[in-house]
Design a binder for this molecule. Sequence first.
Ligand SMILES: *[C@@H]1O[C@H](CO)[C@@H](O)[C@H](O)[C@H]1NC(C)=O
Ligand SMILES: *[C@@H]1O[C@H](CO)[C@@H](O)[C@H](O)[C@H]1NC(C)=O
Ligand SMILES: [Cu+2]
Length: 140
Amino acid sequence: MFFKALLLALVPAVFAVDHAITIGLNNTLTFTPDQVIADVGDTLTFTVVARNHSTTTTNFDGAVCPPPPGGVGENGWDSGFLSDLDGSMPQFVYTVVDTAPHFAACMQAAGAHCRAGMTFALNPTAEQTYEQFKANAMAS
Ligand SMILES: *[C@@H]1O[C@H](CO)[C@@H](O)[C@H](O)[C@H]1NC(C)=O
Ligand SMILES: *[C@@H]1O[C@H](CO)[C@@H](O)[C@H](O)[C@H]1NC(C)=O
Ligand SMILES: [Cu+2]
C-alpha cells in the first residue's frame, strides 16, 4: 500500500518533460522554438543567449504589445528582464499548470521587440494559432 502510493506520487515527475526554449538565437528577436505543446507538470526552460529580453504573457489579440509587467492571464508568467549582455545566459523556468493556450512576447524596448514578432505560444489551438498571434502582435 505504502509503496503503491509512493509510486503514484512519483509518476508525474517521471513523465514530466522539460522543453528548452532559446531566446535570441543568432542575436535575432526570436524564441526557438516559437511554439510548444506541453502537458501539466512539464517545464519550459527559457535561456537568453543574446542581449536583454523577457518572456511575458500577453493578450492573443487587441493589446498585444508590449506585454504588461507581471504578464496577462490566469497562470501567466513574467520572467522580468533577463540580460545576457554579460554573457551569463540567464534562465527562467515555468511549470505548466493547465492545458489552456498561453501567448507570450518580449517586453523590451516598449514593445518594439514584440511588434517585430518576438513571440511565443504554449499550447496554441486551431482557433488561436501561433501564426495568428504573431500577426496580431506585429499589427498591434
Ligand atoms: C541560427 O543560425 C543557424 C545556423 O546558421 C540557422 O540554421 C538557424 O536557422 C538560425 N536560427 C535563427 C532563429 O536565426
Ligand atoms: C535590461 O533592459 C531593461 C529595460 O530596458 C533595463 O531596465 C535594464 O537595465 C537592462 N539590463 C541591463 C543589464 O542592461
Ligand atoms: Cu526582446
